[in-house]
Design a protein around this ligand. Structure first.
Ligand SMILES: [Mn+2]
Length: 267
């Protein structure tokens, strides 16, 4: 698996300090696993993406170019952030020349607050839609549980698909994933973004905006093990881990575990 280490914190506003340490910390966490739950020993090839945390515009250009090149060369690419704004440039690079790409985002928040450019980690979804980089109906948000009324209006108006924590709990995760798989199969290519704050902070405290009432670690693993069966699933990212806020490195280790389970033997 090709892994791009993107130690970018420039889109995290007041929460930036510490996010830049995540790629190293997660890479270290990966060394503590042997086989994944499919009994496979994954191979990883890491590459540092040279961003500048004091030049957001330039950094986004570098990330976009890298995502485009690497997704053209590899069957599967993982971007390791960094704050959630990297999904903007990663997806933009990934989507080049693709007919009908789709984006699944696991996140406690919808990230549709403002329309800043370059986007921050609070508004990159809105900017992706406004810049017409993706059709809004090809965005699926999973795990939402805290949002502003203006974000709610935007998501409703743009018909962005949503699976809130409340819905996932009442409909059942397995049934919801059946439906999500059906939706995702219709995309020409699939990109999956995982904001670590989708997981309950009781499990994963090392993040900027902890939101109670999230997915358990087993529930995110289950979701990933389902999604990786899709042949059109070509790129993913894991973002918003902050080692400075972590407890016993557990959040980094959970991110590493997710990478283990993302690994597909057909890569
Ligand atoms: Mn979030």
């Amino acid at each position: 698996m090709k892994i791009l280490k993107i130690a970018f914190n420039g889109g995290a506003l007041t929460k930036r300090k510490g996010i830049e340490k995540a790629p190293e910390s997660i890479e270290k966490g990966l060394k503590e696993f042997y086989l994944n739950e499919n009994g496979i020993s994954p191979g990883f090839s890491f590459e540092n993406v040279n961003i500048d945390n004091y030049n957001n515009e330039e950094s986004h250009n570098i990330i976009e170019k890298k995502a485009s090149e690497e997704s053209g060369k590899n069957k599967f690419v993982l971007a390791l952030g960094g704050d959630h704004s990297i999904t903007y440039s990663c997806f933009k690079g990934f989507a080049v020349d693709k007919e009908n790409p789709g984006l699944i985002i696991f996140d406690a928040h919808p990230d549709c607050e403002n329309n800043f450019f370059p986007p921050t980690h609070e508004d990159f979804v809105k900017v992706l839609v406004r810049k017409k980089i993706i059709k809004p109906e090809n965005i699926i948000l999973i795990g939402l549980r805290n949002w502003h009324s203006k974000e709610k209006e935007f998501m409703e108006r743009e018909k962005i698909k949503r699976f809130t924590m409340k819905q996932l709990f009442s409909d059942g995760l397995q049934e919801s994933m059946d439906y999500i798989m059906e939706l995702a199969r219709q995309f020409s290519e699939l990109y999956v973004s995982i904001d670590i704050d989708v997981i309950d902070p009781g499990f994963a405290p090392g993040t900027g905006y902890p939101e109670p009432g999230g997915l358990s670690v087993r529930e995110i693993i289950y979701s990933i093990q389902r999604l990786k069966l899709l042949k059109n699933f070509r790129m993913a990212d894991i973002v918003e881990v902050n080692p400075d806020k972590d407890n016993n490195r557990m959040t980094s280790k959970i991110a590493a575990k997710i990478i283990m389970e993302l690994y597909n033997k057909n890569e």
